[in-house]
Design a protein around this ligand. Structure first.
Ligand code: URP
Ligand code: ZN
Ligand code: ZN
Ligand code: ZN
Length: 488
């Protein structure tokens, strides 16, 4: 019956190891991984000979049904997840946006939106203002609601942007809770200045978006956030790393031993900004996202950084608007809703660009698309692994079959696709989510309401080591370290 599945003869790939073996699944859980598993007749058998059996993708960065820039992203928790499953992603982590700075109201609203979920999901939460209530509500989010990460926007002046003062408060709070701080790193004041400059020059089209917020503003904010996290002595996660400028700041900090995580997104790894100069507005505007897609060269440098471990995991920032929504900005690029698609394409495009091209091993592919995310957000090995006892979120990828991206056949609700027409080798032929086959023979069998909320527990470092680390940090500054109970 359908809740028992045997995957036979494939190469089972984990981030640490790959081996030819069978995988037996029962009731949503991986029961056994070894060779020559024998099963009764009622078990569904899938032949994976010559194919890779890998943990389903985990997308660390999505925006489903998000209110943003005067509208709402067009993919909701059902359509976005259907697209994800068709592309081999079996879990995503979305960003709760508080309602007027109210975290609990935001959380409730997102839990409601997510009721139509067809796969497992988790949440980060954005922090958009600061007062005692926000500080207290962060404790509730971590200790009761299963959130262990908070995003701070250093851009979007006038809406989501926060000050350095708030960022410092947030970093301290994250540290005390064992939560991870995430930043959207662009200098929002300078972006506003750059936008004003473009409008004054009469540049109102989508190219103005790229010209108004160059890589130097991403590099500056990335460096600032890294240094503030160093000062507070807490880990930092930089979302959507789009430029060499930002990547090099992360590389430098990591080399010095600081705990900084860098997340490139598919658009930054694969695309360049030439599209933004396309004379057809509908075409150009679909590439508008922030930070902007950069000039050719940044993409290849980000690929290299991913393959060498300078950057750790790949997201999508899936944040889709259809062409009528993008047209809000047809007279003024500042009004084009920011965001691109990618939740369905991520696994194929990363496989093709990194593994098929020879830049990355199959095990590293699993690491950057699944395992690392599970580890960072503290849900490994329930997620991100094919191990006995792990959730049965599994894909079968045929390295000899081909994929093709096309709006006509994609599962997202959007009427465009920034990867339109891209083809390559390596195709997800089967997706198993919670132990059920949801994608097979090009057909999707998804059920709204079947997805589960995955709680992400805080990190242990808040309990031990942190005082010692702080003492060592103060000592490194040659500051007198006062003897307290904790350090004596
Ligand atoms: O353009 C983007 N990235 N839209 C989504 C919101 C964000 O900044 O992640
Ligand atoms: Zn059965
Ligand atoms: Zn962002
Ligand atoms: Zn985003």
């Amino acid at each position: 019956s359908s809740h028992k599945i045997l995957i036979k003869g494939g190469t089972v790939v984990n981030a640490h190891h790959k081996v030819v073996a069978d995988v037996y699944i029962e009731d949503g859980v991986i029961v056994s991984v070894r060779s020559n598993i024998r099963v009764a007749d009622d078990v569904k058998v899938i032949d994976a000979t010559g194919k890779y059996v890998m943990p389903g993708g985990i997308d660390p960065h999505t925006h489903l049904e998000m209110e943003f820039m005067g509208t709402v992203t067009i993919d909701d928790f059902f359509t976005g997840q259907a697209a994800a499953l068709a592309g081999g992603t079996t879990m995503h982590i979305d960003f709760v946006i508080p309602i007027n700075g109210n975290l609990s109201a935001g959380f409730e609203s997102y839990m409601n939106k997510a009721k139509k979920s067809a796969m497992d999901y988790g949440f980060h939460m954005a922090i958009t203002k600061w007062d005692d209530r926000v500080s207290k509500e962060m404790e509730v989010m971590v200790n009761e609601n299963g959130i262990n990460s908070f995003k701070f926007f250093m851009a979007y002046k006038g809406s989501l942007m926060i000050s350095d003062e708030l960022l410092l408060e947030g970093l301290k709070k994250c540290k005390s809770l064992g939560a991870i701080a995430m930043v959207h790193a662009e200098n929002g004041d300078a972006v506003a200045e750059g936008q004003k400059r473009m409008i004054e020059l009469g540049i109102t089209g989508p190219e103005g978006h790229a010209l108004s917020r160059p890589p130097v503003l991403e590099g500056e904010a990335t460096a600032r956030a890294i240094r503030l996290a160093n000062f507070v002595n807490t880990p930092l996660y930089v979302v959507h790393v789009m430029s060499v400028d930002a990547m090099e700041e992360i590389a430098k900090a990591r080399k010095a031993g600081q705990r900084v995580i860098g997340e490139p997104v598919v658009s930054g790894l694969i695309l360049d900004d030439s599209w933004l100069w396309h004379t057809d507005f509908t075409t150009a505007s679909k590439y508008v996202m922030s930070p902007p897609i950069r000039k050719s060269g940044h993409d290849k440098a980000l690929q290299a950084a991913l393959s060498t471990g300078v950057l750790q995991l790949v997201g999508t920032d899936h944040c889709t608007f259809n062409s009528t929504q993008k047209a809000f900005g047809s007279e003024d690029f500042r009004k084009i809703p920011n965001g691109v698609n990618g939740i369905e394409e991520r696994m194929h495009l990363v496989w093709n660009r990194m593994v098929e091209s020879g830049q990355m091993s199959v095990t590293d592919f699993v690491r950057v698309t699944s395992t690392e995310c599970a580890k960072i957000f503290n849900i490994y090995p329930q997620k991100g692994a094919i191990l006995e006892g792990s959730d049965a979120d599994i894909i079968i990828l045929n390295p000899n079959a081909s994929f093709k991206v096309a709006t006509a056949s994609h599962h997202s609700r959007t009427d465009t696709n920034v990867y339109e027409g891209m083809t390559g080798k390596g195709k997800v032929e089967v997706t198993i989510s919670q132990g059920r086959v949801v994608w097979e023979d090009g057909k999707l069998k998804v059920t709204p309401g079947s997805g589960r909320y995955i709680r992400m527990p805080p990190f242990g470092y808040r309990f031990d080591g942190i005082e010692k680390a702080d003492a060592a940090y103060l000592a490194s500054l040659n500051a007198p370290v006062r003897r307290t109970k904790a350090t004596a």
